[in-house]
Design a protein around this ligand. Sequence first.
Ligand SMILES: [Zn+2]
Length: 326
Amino acid sequence: MKLSKHLLLFFFSICLFSTQVSAQNFDNLKRYKVSFALATGANEKLIALRSFFANNQKYLLLVNPETLDTKVDLAAGYTTSSLQYSNVLAIFKNTAYIKSLEAAAAKDLQLQNAGIDHAIPNEKGITLTIDLCPSHKALDRIIFQSVFDEFKKIEQPAPLAVSVSGKWMLKHQDDLNWLKSLTEKKELNITWVNHTYNHEVNKLPLAENFLLAPGTNLDVEVLENEKLMLKNGLTPSVFFRFPGLVSDKTIVEKIEAYGLIPIGSDAWLAKGQQPNAGSIVLIHGNGNEEVGVKDFIRLLKTKQADVKNKQWLLFDLREGLEKEFE
Ligand SMILES: [Zn+2]
């Protein structure tokens, strides 16, 4: 009798423990910081990018350098050895993760659209990225609904990337919960991309605008946004989208030193750029880009037959880069 009581208690605590991890309730997370480490788990070798404390336990944000997948896990499950960012680059230089960082850095000279702007060369389809900059308007749910409707028999969950800004998340809890429900129902597979906390925009020329504005605090823009993502139950990916797609060489280097890969676009639909095979397509889903949304819905319609014949697919940003750099 005594034994079974103990057993019951044991199973009860296991249940409690596992719901805690899977629910990923990080409302009270603290001491969030960049901390690179080699993290060796039971049967995987990962890179820890961040560490933090929540629910009296230490957690790590980890990336698999081969697949570019990220996850949050209890630090206790890993043996870790701290690394400088330069060591990460050297040790993992043959992985898709580091090759992607290097490819993005090689394209950092222009003022607009630095980073990776084309995912898989010559593949039949595109990678869809949807930016959620701060906005007073509601989410363009039609984009997500249309993707699901068109692809449900072909690719389910259909992959797409959503770049979230902190100020959007704070004002659009209902829309955010709706997006999360689509991923929970396995209708869509969303890669969450950091799009900065404040996403400032001013009236100055591009060289002093967006993240290049004087007085920008990158720790706030990058880390506070990640914290807010985690508090909202989103797992930050290793991708970063510059507000306005505006950057310079210095800021690209600084963003990469957080372990983040800048993602540009070679097909910003509202600017009239036409997607081709392997394009990273950009539309804004924050209610402020009616033209882009209409263009995208039209694009889906024209590709309807190709989609059915699997001649026009949506690609996961992570898988695309894994394929390109494997
Ligand atoms: Zn934006």
